[in-house]
Ligand binder design. Structure first.
Ligand code: IVH
Length: 680
């Protein structure tokens, strides 16, 4: 290929590359495990980009432990089975203080001694157990617990978890070192994840454990990479050359190897069952404040000698037990079931209940998800029910107390007409969700506007839900572009709006005009287009206009986009009102930041002619070349720099060949930009 590659070649070498790999591992550890970032996100991104560029320019340098290998990009066809060298055991359960004292008695009886016993106690994480195998300090295999003897190989997903070390320098000489622990999702991340799932029209998870387990069991590691998985280490399997004396020592060593472990406040060495009970109660008090869910504590005899002496009963060790906290389920009554209409028109039944306190929070409402769920649990208005907070977070109706069902309880059916606008409700046969069929339903409009102004979308900070509702009601807000046409007087005429607050609102609208294409695409609320998909679209299309002309084939070439998302985008682009509104925003109201990090000026002052069918549309190709500084011409002359050729090229190809003009495929052109970027 014809390019002056080494023009500005900076000093890069394999040594520099290895340094960069190590630097990024160090930054990840400080950021994810210690929660004390060493550099700003911007500086981190710069280093990350350098790494990717070095690897593109020198694929022969790439090492297995490069952070870029965290996502393979390929989906597996099936899970491989992995046999654990030592079985992964389960725990006997106890539920009360009495049970803890009983456990101590059993231990002493089995040991035939009344000597005091030390215990190591820590949270019982509510996630799923995995084993990580390090060979010579390198993470080689990660597997689920499975039946305890044989689990499934989930290395591809585990590698995406940034808190899990890829390399452990101290273990370079150690053939095998196995670490066991729990994969989980933080409560706050879980709420965000469910919100994103909902926004993207995808099903939501019942609790953080289900979300974590569902993610680990995916064949495609891109899904895990996009989800906020965490890990806490609590034990070991085979550890060549190590002779640990206590559980506490294992904990300390895992910490030294940079694994996240229970913090100093959340674990303890206890000198007696009495101490353990105190810890059990203390952690119960803190339970709702922990960032992750726990369902109790795990009590382990601290000395490994004693553990060996105690051995197993069936699949559970005699030296450990789980002391669980009772799930806090509280009784209340369903007073009514109402239907809410969301942004995608989905009708969600919501139970209104007599307010009760559950795990320290007053609960008066709970989503019942859909008709199938109501039917499955046979929930009726007037029923006495048990409620809990799923994973300490979302109120959930666990079940009906049938023995207390009043004779006049009323079964519930989702209405056939939208409760807001009265239009027909649609329910595709293979979906659980019913939807309002009216695209202009005021409920849908209000929710779409709320999404449009939200922080991660257009960020109209001072435009709150109440204002949107008022504006829709007085007909000042019918389409997205109306936000940018609202006048001061109109706002002042609204209920209780003073000069100052109106000025703030207008200022925040004005500020939002400076935005990025990805935010704008996300804000439009196309079904299934969440933040991530919007970002992918914005790197492949230079404008909404280009996106509005996309074809299914083109969309499917974009990594994150499958047939369902592509169909949803194409369906949105058939809606003339929607497209007109978005184009008006793009051309009249919004000002897009240039995508500095993506587009350099690698094609500065080069001229191109395009012929034949490229994998992307003509518009898109032209925009892309221009964004990189090139110029697209329509006819060939001897001065032309390059001809870009797609399928079924015609006479232009012959002409260019006669004039000895360099010929590139679309892929060649991409590589040319990539490599010249790497070498800049
Ligand atoms: S120790 C025999 N420690 O509990 C030793 N397990 O029933 C068992 N778990 O599947 C492991 N937190 O996923 C241990 N701090 C902790 C734990 C823990 C959660 C889970 C683990 C396992 C189950 C055992």
């Amino acid at each position: 290929m014809i390019m002056d590659r080494d023009r500005h070649s900076p000093e890069i070498s394999k040594e520099k590359y290895i340094e960069l790999v190590n630097e990024i591992h160090k930054l990840d550890y400080h950021y994810f495990v210690l929660d004390r970032p060493l550099k700003s996100d911007y500086e981190y991104d710069q280093l990350w980009n350098q790494l990717i560029e070095m690897e593109a320019a020198h694929p022969e340098w790439i090492i297995e432990q490069s952070p870029s290998r965290r996502v393979s990009g390929e989906a597996l066809a099936s899970f491989r089975k992995v046999t654990h060298r030592f079985p992964m055991l389960s725990l006997s359960n106890s539920y009360s203080i009495d049970d803890i004292a009983e456990f101590e008695k059993k231990v002493k009886r089995a040991l035939g001694s009344e000597d005091p016993i030390e215990y190591f106690v820590e949270p019982k994480y509510d996630g799923l157990a995995v084993e990580l195998v390090y060979e010579h300090g390198l993470l080689k295999v990660a597997s689920t617990r499975g039946d305890g003897s044989v689990g499934e190989d989930v290395t591809h997903n585990i590698k995406t978890i940034r808190v899990i070390p890829f390399i452990i320098e101290a273990l370079k000489q150690v053939p095998v070192f196995e670490v066991r622990g729990e994969i989980l999702i933080f409560k706050s991340d879980f709420l965000k994840l469910n919100k994103e799932q909902e926004e993207a029209g995808q099903s939501i998870f019942a609790n953080p454990r289900n979300a974590a387990a569902g993610t680990i069991r995916q064949l495609d590691s891109k899904i895990a990479a996009a989800r906020p998985l965490r890990f806490y280490a609590y034990g070991i399997g085979q550890t060549d050359g190590f002779a640990f004396r206590s559980q506490h020592e294992i904990h300390q060593t895992l910490k030294k190897f940079n694994f996240p472990v229970a913090s100093l406040e959340d674990c303890s060495v206890c000198k007696s069952a009495q101490d353990v009970i105190q810890f059990y109660e203390g952690l119960h008090q803190k339970r709702s404040k922990l960032p992750f869910e726990i369902d109790g504590i795990v009590i382990k005899v601290n000395s490994l000698n004693l553990q060996n002496e105690l051995g197993l009963v069936a699949r559970s060790p005699r030296w450990a037990t789980a002391a669980k906290y009772p799930p806090e389920q509280v009784e209340t009554v369903i007073q009514d079931i109402v239907v809410q209409v969301g942004r995608t028109g989905a009708l969600t039944p919501v139970a209104l209940m007599a307010p009760v306190k559950v795990s320290g929070v007053t609960v008066a409402q709970a989503t019942l998800h859909n008709q199938d769920e109501i039917d499955r649990k046979d929930i009726r208005i007037g029923d006495a029910v048990w409620v809990q907070r799923a994973g300490d977070v979302i109120p959930e109706v666990v079940g009906v107390i049938i023995s207390q069902r009043p004779p006049d309880s009323i079964p519930f059916k989702i209405p056939e007409h939208c409760p807001i606008c009265g239009s027909q409700v649609e329910k595709p046969p293979n979906e659980a969700i019913s939807r309002c069929s009216n695209k202009r339903c005021p409920a849908i409009l209000k929710e779409s506007f709320k999404h449009f102004v939200s922080r991660r979308a257009m960020n109209l900070e001072k435009v709150g839900d109440r204002l949107i509702e008022e504006l829709v009601e007085v007909n000042l807000l019918r389409r997205f572009s109306d936000f940018y046409k609202i006048k001061k007087d109109q706002l002042l005429s609204l209920d209780r709006k003073g000069e100052k607050s109106v000025a703030n609102i207008l200022e925040s609208i004005e500020k939002s005009r400076h935005t990025q294409l990805s935010r704008f695409i996300y804000a439009l609320g196309i079904r299934f287009v969440g933040e991530q998909t919007a970002k992918s679209l914005s790197t492949h299309y230079s404008s909404f206009q280009a996106l509005s002309h996309s074809t299914e084939e083109e969309l499917l070439l974009i990594p994150d986009i499958g047939p369902r998302v592509a169909q949803a985008i194409l369906a949105a682009m058939k809606d003339e009102d929607f497209v007109c509104d978005a184009l008006e925003l793009e051309t009249k109201h919004l000002i897009f930041e240039r995508k500095e990090s993506l587009t350099g000026m690698q094609l500065q002052s080069k001229t191109f002619v395009i012929t034949g069918t490229l994998p992307v549309s003509r518009d898109e190709a032209t925009h892309w070349i221009e964004a990189h500084g090139g110029k697209v011409l329509s006819s060939i002359s001897s001065k032309l720099n390059y001809l870009v050729v797609g399928d079924d090229a015609g006479s232009k190809l012959d002409k260019a060949q006669k004039l000895s003009i360099p010929i590139l495929s679309w892929e060649d052109l991409q590589t040319m930009v990539q490599t010249s970027k790497a070498r800049e």
